[in-house]
Design a protein around this ligand. Structure first.
Ligand code: F6P
Length: 328
């Protein structure tokens, strides 16, 4: 087993509330174990360009309650190339980094695996994304805060929807996953959610209209997942369809956008981030490599990164029934 005395930590991809709590936990647990910690700035970009500085316990003070990421983040195109990864590895050697902790979502962990396949460097992934779309973990860091943000926004939109008797399509993030849309719809008491998981099976708009929500209510709020990988979808698409197919309804669209990524992390996200950050150092001490640390049934688990990024994470069908029954 490789002896570890120096680690590097970076955040990559979309920022997520709780990333700072996670950086803090990684740093403090490593320092507690007598290790040196390097913070790598701007994700894989910083690894390529050598934007690497030591992190101490003091440097992460006062960060647990801050949104965004003190290490900054990026979506690096250069790291997708073997030449980019070669430059990154040169810096790993130059700074004497024995292992890497990567906090990020699907794209970031895919990048991590590309590096792990080419070079002998243990990598531990930590799920940091508001999308909650990584397999093998019940929750990702940032998801709970984003859910709460969406819920607060929908509560406000409800005032206008009901005052004007309107249908609102509220578009939320999630890339190709409907967790944010489905669960914020339940939390905000919305009338429906249109999610990518069901887009091939049913016409979710027709289903929503046919369920006759407007028979018992004068207004409706429908949470719509963004349509990231092209194809049909997104709030504007559904609003246009209503205008054409059901012109009797007054329709409006709200795109919540990057509002969802910011803000003070919730207690759940801070605790999750702290537990996962702590566990990432324990994983390295146990000789784990190329695993993502996740949470399953409130227990820490190690999931092969390849599984976390490639396996589909299904939506619990019961959530769909809950929303549909409770929105009558
Ligand atoms: O992966 C997080 C996420 O917020 C997705 O929900 C969204 O599709 C994407 O990032 C937006 O990325 P960017 O901030 O680079 O536009």
């Amino acid at each position: 087993m490789r002896v570890i005395s120096t680690i590097g930590v970076l955040t990559s991809g979309g920022d997520a509330p709780g990333m700072n709590a996670c950086i803090r936990a990684v740093t403090r647990t490593a320092v507690y174990n007598g290790w040196k910690v390097y913070g790598i700035y701007r994700g894989f970009e910083g690894l390529i360009n050598g934007e690497i500085k030591e992190l101490t316990t003091e440097k992460v003070s006062g960060t647990i309650n801050k949104g965004g990421t003190i290490l900054k983040t990026a979506r690096s195109m250069e790291f997708k190339t073997p030449e980019g990864r070669a430059k990154a590895y040169e810096n790993i050697v130059k700074f004497g980094i024995d292992a890497l902790i990567i906090i990020g979502g699907n794209g970031s962990l895919t990048g991590a695996m590309a590096l792990a396949k080419e070079y002998d460097i243990p990598i531990i992934g930590l799920p940091g994304t508001i999308d909650n779309d990584l397999a093998g973990t019940d929750f990702t860091i940032g998801y709970d805060t984003a859910l709460n943000t969406i819920m607060d926004c929908v509560d406000k939109i409800r005032d206008t929807a009901s005052s004007h008797d309107r249908i609102f399509f509220v578009e939320v993030m999630g890339r190709d996953a409907g967790f944010l849309a489905q669960n914020s719809a339940i939390a905000a008491g919305a009338e429906a959610a249109i999610i990518p998981e069901d887009s091939a099976n049913v016409d979710q708009l027709a289903q929503f209209i046919e369920r006759g929500v407007r028979k018992s209510k004068n207004s409706s709020i429908v949470l719509v997942s963004e349509s990231k990988s092209g194809g049909q979808g997104g709030a504007y698409y559904y609003a246009e369809r209503v205008r054409n197919e059901y012109p009797e309804f007054d329709v409006r669209v709200t795109i919540l956008g990057h509002l969802q990524r910011g803000g003070v992390p919730t207690a759940s996200d801070r605790i999750l981030a702290s537990r996962l950050g702590y566990a990432s150092i324990e994983a390295l001490k146990e000789g784990q490599r190329n695993v993502m640390v996740g949470i399953d049934d409130d227990k820490i688990v190690y999931v092969p990164i390849t599984r976390a990024i490639h396996q589909d994470k299904p939506i619990d069908r019961e959530l769909i029934d809950v929303l549909s029954v409770l929105s009558i």
